[in-house]
Design a protein around this ligand. Structure first.
Ligand code: NAI
Length: 696
């Protein structure tokens, strides 16, 4: 088996890589490149060497699975890069597609880089908690300067061909490298040491200080400083040393785990990869409120025509105006070209009434979260949508099976739970109903990929995967508030990267989403008889709902707001004290940071174990995808379950037992899931648990 080929084309030698689907740098590709380069060195009458890839892209990175192999070392590849760069004859990289990571480092070692239009470039290693380990931290800054290199390496963001030419990353925009073109290229001076303003290095060092729990940022600061101060060989040793240390570090392992988790989460057990799908060419969105607008934008930005339907024209006008505002903002911030914004605008049309959706292949309803209204709408959609059209509901809490039954065609119905703002948030929680047809599920998973979403599939239950776990998190946050801890203290612990590093603590999050939205759900859940019947249960948010303390938009919630700034809210402290008194909750002076952390995280892990045991989620890793892509759980922690495994399941079970014993557990909140207990006893990991009990 080979993944490379060495051929002559007239005076040129061509070394071609063929490793579908993305020409990733595997061991085989690397050894093939070394052999091919040996041939070129012996092939003395070849004027120059062209590095080329077959298929749809130049090398789009390293084979990430290799990084978990303890025997892995970048040294053989790096030696090859040094030989290429030192070659007296010209070596040219012919670039197209997405030139990422090790692929870009390979191109950087060449003397020239020729790229066709629409090529994109990035060093995304930081997203895996790593730095480029094949001289990227050295060759890039020497070529384009410290500022540009610092930006690319510390954000991992892609740049396009135009930008690459501007900063000097590539030499020429052309479809292919011919002998004449190569002969006319004049070598770009490569600085012996990287140049740039001293504040670039200071800023990188400051950024590293702010993220001391993610050592890759420290590595970036130090390797770029080395690029500016040391000769190449010495500086490359600094890079090699950091890379070696980062590979087995916890943040890097966590992000590698997530990388694979996000690919796996789109595969549903029992649903084959090439399963039949239904064609989706037109999308309909019913209800142009906050979510409907974002959902319509997600599809239109991805190139799909969308019809937005509402109950009256004024609401459509208002929605189109909001869409206009969002697109204009994206153009202003350089996120979208004016041309693309115009194309997106043209794809969205508004119409009054459900009839306007009769030709859509996929209709997503995002009307009010009210079962009576949802059922009316479902009945009408069932009659109006063309045969075979998929009917999706964006409900965040209601029973998808009940809604599906009302359409009269439950096989066509699926839940698509978007997160707000829908065109920004990466997560799409796909809810598989009891009768959802396999091709409906496959189609929705395919569409999700098309609109750039990360998916996780959930079964039907209260809150699905994400909000069901958020419920126990909110429960403990409010319970501790009644015991006397302030929202800022609780949020502060969980936002502190030394404990966890959530983007937003529970109170800040609910204030932003709207206390009314969250409270209404809790009130209905309790009223249905399914939720806890304890009077103190989330008494805080229920009272805040009644009194209009609806969070940021109201100016008051768990916090008091001046603009977007959250300040301590004395009225809230008084309310917590009043409710504590009313419900006989004992004030605790001894609430430690450790207790706050444990009472927020460990019940979520326990709830996740119930979710797995019930088959609501198929794998532990799917749950981590939900929390990292949808709830601001830090990626470098891997997710709540990966973090639980790192802490150790026996410790978590022991602490859950401790709180149950200490507080008596009258409502069974601390009862440990049998699955969690048995995993802890057997030394298993919950993040790698699958329904079949296998480890993936
Ligand atoms: P919203 O209140 O902003 O918008 C609902 C829209 O639906 C309104 O514009 C209303 O005029 C329209 N509508 C009501 N009945 C209709 C009918 N029969 N035909 C056509 N349009 C109708 O609500 P929001 O926040 O956009 O929520 C919509 C859905 O998305 C709900 O099911 C909600 O639970 C869910 N959701 C909300 C999230 C959020 O953060 N707000 C997050 C995820 C899901």
């Amino acid at each position: 088996m080979t993944a490379t080929r060495y051929v002559r084309e007239g005076t040129l030698a061509v070394l071609e890589i063929d490793n579908p689907p993305v020409n990733a740098l595997s061991g085989l590709v690397i050894s093939g490149l070394i052999e091919g380069f040996d041939k070129f060195e012996r092939d003395e009458d070849a004027a120059a060497l062209v590095l080329r890839c077959r298929g749809r892209t130049f090398v789009a990175g390293g084979d990430i699975a290799m990084f978990d192999d303890p025997a892995f070392s970048p040294a053989p590849f790096n030696d090859l890069l040094n030989r290429i760069s030192a070659s007296p004859r010209r070596v040219v990289a012919e670039l197209f597609g997405t030139v990422l990571g090790g692929g870009l480092e390979l191109a950087l070692a060449c003397h020239f880089r020729i790229a066709c239009e629409n090529t994109r470039f990035a060093l995304p290693e930081i997203r895996l908690g790593l730095i480029p380990g094949s001289h990227g931290t050295q060759r890039l800054p020497r070529l384009v300067g410290l500022a540009e290199a610092g930006r690319m390496i510390s954000t991992g963001e892609m740049i396009d061909t135009g930008r690459a030419l501007e900063i000097g990353l590539i030499d020429l925009i052309a479809d292919s490298a011919d002998a004449v073109a190569i002969a006319t290229l004049s070598p770009r001076p490569v600085a012996a040491q990287a140049e740039g303003a001293p504040e670039v290095l200071r800023n990188l060092a400051d950024a590293a200080q702010l993220r001391i729990h993610e050592p890759a940022y420290q590595a970036i600061a130090e390797t770029l400083a080395a690029a500016a101060q040391l000769p190449f060989e010495k500086a490359a040793e600094v890079e090699a040393d950091w890379f070696r240390r980062l590979l087995p570090s916890a943040p890097a392992r966590a992000q590698r785990y997530l990388f694979f988790a996000e690919r796996r989460s789109a595969e549903v057990p029992g649903l084959s990869r090439g399963a039949a799908t239904r064609a989706v060419e037109r999308v309909g969105v019913l209800g142009a409120g906050m979510m409907g607008v974002g959902i319509a934008l997600s599809f239109a930005l991805a190139g799909l025509p969308v019809t937005l339907s509402e109950v009256e024209q004024s609401r459509i006008d208002a929605a189109l105006e909001r869409i206009e505002g969002t697109l204009a903002g994206m153009v202003r911030r350089g996120r979208l070209s004016e041309h693309a914004a115009q194309a997106c605008r043209n794809r969205i049309s508004g119409a009054v009434g459900i009839k306007a959706l009769s030709q859509a292949d996929l209709v997503i309803e995002a009307v009010f979260e009210d079962m009576a209204i949802k059922l009316d709408v479902a009945r009408e959609l069932g009659r109006t949508c063309k045969p075979g059209a998929i009917i999706a509901t964006n409900t965040s809490t209601l029973d998808v099976d009940v809604i599906a039954a009302a359409t009269g065609r439950p096989q066509d119905v699926v839940g698509t739970h978007f997160f707000s703002p829908a065109h920004v948030m990466r997560l799409l929680e796909v809810v598989r109903g009891r009768e959802t047809a396999a091709d409906v599920l496959s189609t929705v998973l395919g569409i999700a990929r098309r609109i750039g979403k990360t998916v996780a599939v959930s079964g039907v239950c209260y809150g699905f995967i994400g909000n069901r776990m958020a419920e126990v998190y909110m429960r403990e946050s409010e319970a501790m508030q009644l015991e006397g801890a302030s929202p800022e203290r609780i949020d502060g612990v969980i936002e502190d990267p030394a404990w966890l590093g959530m983007a937003m603590g529970p109170s800040r999050m609910l204030d932003m989403a709207g206390v009314d939205v969250g409270a209404r759900t809790v009130i209905e859940w309790i009223a249905s008889g399914e939720g806890p019947q304890e009077p103190a249960y989330r008494a805080l948010c229920r009272r805040m709902f009644e009194t209009g303390s609806h969070g940021q938009k109201a100016g008051y919630g768990y916090y008091r707001y001046e603009g977007r700034k959250a300040l301590s809210n004395p009225a809230h402290a008084a309310l917590a004290a009043e409710l504590a008194e009313l419900h006989g909750v004992v004030h605790r002076n001894d609430l430690t940071e450790r207790e706050i952390f444990e009472r927020l995280l460990y019940p979520m892990v326990n709830e996740a174990a119930h979710i797995l045991a019930e088959g609501i989620a198929a794998r532990g890793s799917d749950i981590d995808v939900v929390w990292t892509a949808g709830y601001g759980f830090p990626r470098w922690r891997g997710g709540p379950l990966f973090m639980a495994d790192e802490i150790g399941l026996p410790e978590i079970v022991a602490r859950l037992d401790h709180y149950a014993a200490r507080d008596g557990d009258p409502h069974g909140y601390w009862q440990v899931s049998p699955l969690l207990r048995s995993l802890a006893a057997q030394g298993g990991r919950i993040s790698s648990w699958t329904g079949k009990g296998e480890r993936e």
